[in-house]
Write a protein that binds this ligand. Structure first.
Ligand SMILES: [Zn+2]
Length: 418
């Protein structure tokens, strides 16, 4: 996809206002040594946040001037800045702590050719200005966003005036070539998160999105090598894919099985947990931990700044789909096969088979499970997750479980063909 020229929305000022910049509030971000430009994409090198609870200015330093589009989203209150693809080389802790009206922010790839910054704000805000500046004197190119506090009513009124087409362009649409005459079942491997949504993080800084992608790629290779299945991935690189898109992808290609790969973590205050778990869809969570996890995993689209107001995506929707009993039975059967296989090869959670209202598992016609490989917050689990040997052993178990799941049907198909 080519970089689309992004237009500014909502009467945002395009003027290069040097007077406004001179009045730039005190900054909190620490200075960063100049970063060499390695890629062909513009590089974001530093970020500054200044101001107070009434007015806040957000500034990003860039290797060159780029276009931007800013819009707001409600529940939770967010400001989204869409950019052409940018390489982020910001200080390591950038975004973890905010200032003024901004609680925190995150950034990353939202689709091929497009990057995004999402600011979580403390309350309803108005985007007063959003503009780009070219380099001037010893100042780098910058993008500048001025926010001021507003009330909820005005905030919501502004949202309805925003250009809807702009804020629905999110994530990639994935396609698999049609397999003409290939009757092998299609298995969709779904590494969680990606791009701007990093998932959970280990204490030593590893991102869930990277761990599950590495595992997913290995699983794909092993399944393909078995020769009995077609395999497709919802993502095979560090790109964000919305939850609904993952489900739509599996359904559109008439997948026979959907395996979502994740890694969990729990706050230290909530004690210790370890081992792998397998989740299926249910209207009511099987226990409090399953409920917590589904809530965390379902936040992916919120984290990425996806506009969910157009398509309500709550658990009520999932309930309707639960009418598909046969799919539910198959999902549970595969989950049990998988837990059985894991028993002999990897460490299992104390209660390894659980269920909750995961959006990504809601396809009514595709048996679907979500595998939590382990806890990134638990030291021994993290050692496993980072180990190529452990990954290979665990992926082998998954392949065995897939074989077990499809064996009766493949035997039936072979008998029918004779
Ligand atoms: Zn996850």
């Amino acid at each position: 996809m080519t970089v689309r020229a992004i237009t500014l929305v909502l009467g945002v000022s395009l003027l290069c206002d040097s007077a406004a910049l001179a009045a730039e509030p005190n900054v909190t971000a620490h200075a960063l040594a100049p970063v060499a430009e390695s890629a062909s994409f513009p590089v974001a090198t530093d970020v500054r946040l200044g101001g107070d609870d009434k007015q806040t200015r957000f500034v990003v330093h860039l290797s060159q001037k780029i276009d931007l589009a800013a819009f707001t989203l409600a529940d939770p209150y967010r400001v989204v800045i869409d950019l052409p693809q940018v390489t982020f080389k910001l200080p390591p802790q950038a975004g973890e702590h905010g200032r003024g009206l901004v609680k925190a922010f995150r950034y990353g790839l939202i689709m091929q050719g497009g990057s995004r910054i999402v600011l979580d704000t403390k309350g309803p805000v108005r985007v007063d200005k959003a503009f780009a500046l070219g380099p001037a004197g010893d100042q780098p190119a910058r993008l500048v966003l001025d926010l001021s506090a507003t009330d909820r009513e005005s905030f919501l009124r502004n949202i309805t005036m925003q250009d809807r087409t702009l804020r629905t362009k999110t994530g990639k649409t994935v396609s698999v070539p049609e397999a003409v005459g290939d009757a092998r079942p299609l298995i969709v491997v779904d590494p969680g998160h990606g791009g701007i949504d990093s998932g959970t993080k280990s204490g030593s800084g590893q991102d869930e999105k990277d761990v599950v992608l590495a595992f997913g790629l290995m699983l794909r290779d092993k399944l393909e090598k078995a020769g009995k299945y077609r395999v497709a991935m919802t993502r095979s690189d560090d790109t964000f894919v919305p939850l609904d898109e993952r489900v739509r992808f599996a359904r559109a290609h008439k997948a026979s099985l959907f395996i979502s790969i994740h890694a969990d973590s729990i706050p230290r205050s909530e004690g210790q947990a370890e081992g792998a778990s397998v989740y299926t869809l249910s209207a009511h969570a099987s226990d409090a931990e399953a409920a917590r996890l589904a809530e965390v995993e379902n936040k992916s689209d919120v984290i990425a700044g996806v506009d969910l107001s157009a398509e309500p995506n709550d658990v009520a929707n999932i309930l309707i789909d639960l009418a598909q009993r046969e799919t539910k039975t198959f999902s549970l059967q595969f989950a049990r096969d998988l837990v059985g296989e894991f028993k002999s090869t990897t460490r299992l959670h104390l209660h390894p088979l659980k269920s909750a209202g995961f959006i990504v598992l809601k396809a009514p016609d595709v048996p679907s499970v979500l595998v939590e490989l382990g806890y990134m917050s638990t030291k021994d689990d993290l050692v496993h997750l980072m180990s190529p040997e452990w990954r290979a052993r665990t992926a082998d178990s998954l392949v065995h479980a897939v074989d077990e799941f499809f064996a009766p049907r493949m035997a039936g198909a072979a008998a029918g063909a004779n």
